[in-house]
Write a protein that binds this ligand. Structure first.
Ligand code: CMP
Length: 147
C-alpha cells in the first residue's frame, strides 16, 4: 500500500533546466509561463551556475558521445534555472510540451520549437523517466528546497 502510494507520487514529478541559452536570451519568464499555463505546479525553483564537475556528473550517461565536451561547456557557460514540476503524468507530458531534442524536428508550439536554436543548444531539459526525474531532482535540490 505504501509502496504504491510512493510510486504514484513519483510519477507526478519531473525535473527541468532552462539551459544557459534560455537565460541569455531573456526567455525565463516566457518559458515558465508556458510551463505553468500547461498545468505544471512549480515544486522547486532556482537560478544557479553548474561547475564543470557538476555538468560532467549530470551528463555522465553521455560521456562517450562525441558531443560530451561541447555539452559540458555549453551547460556551464552561464546560469541555468532548475525546477521540479508536478502534474499527473509529469515526465511524459513535459516531454511532449518541450518537443523533440532537435528543434528542427520539434512540433509547432513546443518550447524547443519556439525557443531552441539547435540540437546542442536546445533551451530546456526534461527528465526521460520517473527514475531519472528523482535522481536529477536530488542532484539539484535538497529536501528543504522542495514544496
Ligand atoms: P537533453 O536531451 O536535455 O540532454 C542531453 C543533451 O545533449 C541534449 O539535451 C542536447 O543539449 C545535447 N545533445 C544531444 N544530441 C546532441 C548532438 N547530436 N549534438 C550536440 N549536442 C547534443
Amino acid at each position: 500500500m505504501h509502496e504504491n502510494l510512493n510510486k504514484a507520487m513519483v510519477t507526478n514529478r519531473t525535473f527541468t533546466m532552462l539551459k544557459p541559452d534560455s537565460v541569455e536570451k531573456g526567455n525565463i519568464g516566457a518559458i515558465l509561463e508556458k510551463i505553468t499555463a500547461s498545468g505544471f505546479r512549480i515544486v522547486a525553483l532556482k537560478l544557479t551556475q553548474m561547475t564543470t564537475a557538476d555538468a560532467q556528473a549530470f551528463y555522465e550517461v553521455h560521456s562517450e558521445r562525441p558531443f560530451y565536451g561541447e555539452l559540458v561547456e555549453y551547460m556551464t557557460r552561464g546560469p541555468i534555472v532548475s525546477a521540479i514540476l508536478e502534474k499527473d503524468n509529469a515526465v511524459e507530458d513535459f516531454r511532449t510540451l518541450i518537443g523533440a531534442t532537435n528543434p528542427a524536428e520539434a512540433a509547432e508550439g513546443t518550447i524547443r520549437k519556439l525557443y531552441a536554436a539547435s540540437i546542442g543548444e536546445n533551451a530546456v531539459h526534461g527528465s526521460d523517466s520517473d527514475e531519472n526525474a528523482a535522481i536529477e531532482s536530488a542532484f539539484h535540490f535538497s529536501g528543504r528546497e522542495q514544496f
